[in-house]
Design a protein. Structure first.
Length: 123
């Protein structure tokens, strides 16, 4: 297989590498094809492992044989929600700001820190 691109959907099984034999086969969405030189016919792929619903469950890098990869039909892209103009949005209510609360004990400590030295102190 040649011409791998980000977004391609692949089935990676024993034909691509022995580590993916049996129940270890993966459905894989390609994010990046590494251009580092490797053994002839092999490559590094970065991407997401997909579950049965097509949701990404794990990000992985795999080392596979290009000839053993099986390209799957790409599902239709998910429709994005229509954009709502800012003028049509409801403003979100914000809670009123409360003044900071300071206890009498804290106020006395601040007063003592900035007042004259206490009787009997060395300062």
């Amino acid at each position: 297989m040649t011409g791998l691109r980000p977004g391609d959907l692949l089935r990676i099984d024993r034909r691509a590498s022995v580590q993916f034999s049996g129940d270890r086969a993966l459905t894989f969405r390609v994010l990046r094809v590494d251009r580092k030189p490797t053994y002839h016919g092999w490559c590094w792929l970065s991407g997401y492992v997909l579950d049965g619903h097509g949701e990404a469950v794990e990000r992985r890098e795999v080392f596979v044989q290009l000839a053993g990869l099986c390209r799957l039909a790409t599902p239709a892209p998910v429709q994005a929600r229509p954009a709502v103009p800012r003028s049509a949005r409801k403003p979100t209510p914000r809670p009123a700001a409360r003044p900071p609360t300071t206890s009498a004990r804290d106020q006395a400590a601040v007063h003592r820190a900035w007042s004259y030295p206490q009787r009997g102190s060395l300062v």
